[in-house]
Ligand binder design. Structure first.
Ligand SMILES: Nc1ncnc2c1ncn2[C@@H]1O[C@H](COP(=O)(O)OP(=O)(O)OP(=O)(O)O)[C@@H](O)[C@H]1O
Length: 239
């Protein structure tokens, strides 16, 4: 369970986050949407401790995340970065096993990496390829395998379909949903893509002018007036 209480973050005179409260339950899949520049990335950075909020708290399992509690949280989270963000100098399996290799020898890490790769549709023939040899869809799958390699309790998906054509995007969305359901992980997805929201989310939040302008179950969003600008909108045209 992740909770955010009264989160404020300004840059100069601009209040990017002006009092955000939210809670994501264990096993829940939350999608955060918002126009470009509305603070989705800043929110994610505050949760991860990459930006220090001006006020407010982030709690994990009821405890505020601080210097003492953050390492345990960081060990239990996985992330799919926008654009996959693979390490160019590491092979696919080494990317997938990046965290595992910090605490186990390669002969133990590699089979786990191959198992996670299989889960996302990457066969063993891709294990020793370098990221530059992968298509966009394969790179995204490798990034997804890395995100789940250490069986995280919490997974962040940052714009998971960016750069993919609609067919590949739909496949990645379906894969993410099945993995989230199967693992019981808590998922937070930041996206412009309403097809991702429909496919991945249980609940959706609209971030606007530093506040949560709308929140509800994905099933209720089609009739929600504040979301009218997003529904049926082509996400490729934004941000
Ligand atoms: N380190 C920083 N210093 C100054 N301003 C910042 C900093 N980080 C973010 N901002 C500003 O905060 C606002 C929100 O940025 P953020 O990256 O969170 O938007 P976003 O909703 O993720 O946008 P996008 O969908 O385009 O990625 C922007 O106006 C941005 O310029």
């Amino acid at each position: 369970m992740i909770e955010i209480r009264g989160l404020h973050k300004s840059f100069g005179t601009r209040a990017v986050l002006a009092g955000i409260d939210l809670a994501v339950g264990q096993g829940e899949s939350l999608c955060v949407i918002g126009q470009s520049g509305m603070g989705k990335s800043v929110l994610l950075k505050c949760i991860l401790g990459l930006e220090a909020p001006d006020a407010g708290q982030v709690l994990w399992q009821g405890r505020p995340l601080d210097q003492a509690t953050r390492p345990a949280f960081m060990a239990r989270f996985g992330m799919l970065f926008q654009g996959a963000a693979l390490f160019d100098s590491l092979s696919v399996w080494q990317n997938v096993a990046f965290r595992l290799r910090q605490r186990m020898p390669d002969h133990k890490a590699r089979p786990i990496a191959l198992e996670k790769m299989a889960r996302v549709g990457l066969g063993p023939e891709t294990a020793d390829l370098m990221p530059a040899q992968l298509s966009g869809g394969m790179a995204k799958r490798a990034g997804l395998a890395r995100a789940i390699a250490d069986d995280p309790e919490v997974i962040f998906f940052d714009e998971p379909t960016t750069g993919l054509d609609p067919i590949r995007a739909a496949r990645i969305n379906a894969l993410i949903r099945s993995i989230v359901t199967e693992t019981g992980a808590t998922a937070i997805t930041i996206t412009h893509d309403m097809d991702s929201v429909r496919a991945i989310g249980d609940r959706v939040m609209l971030l606007q002018d530093g506040r949560l302008a709308w929140e509800g179950p994905v099933a209720a969003m089609e009739g929600a007036a504040p979301l009218a600008g997003f529904l049926g909108h082509d996400p490729a045209g934004q941000g």
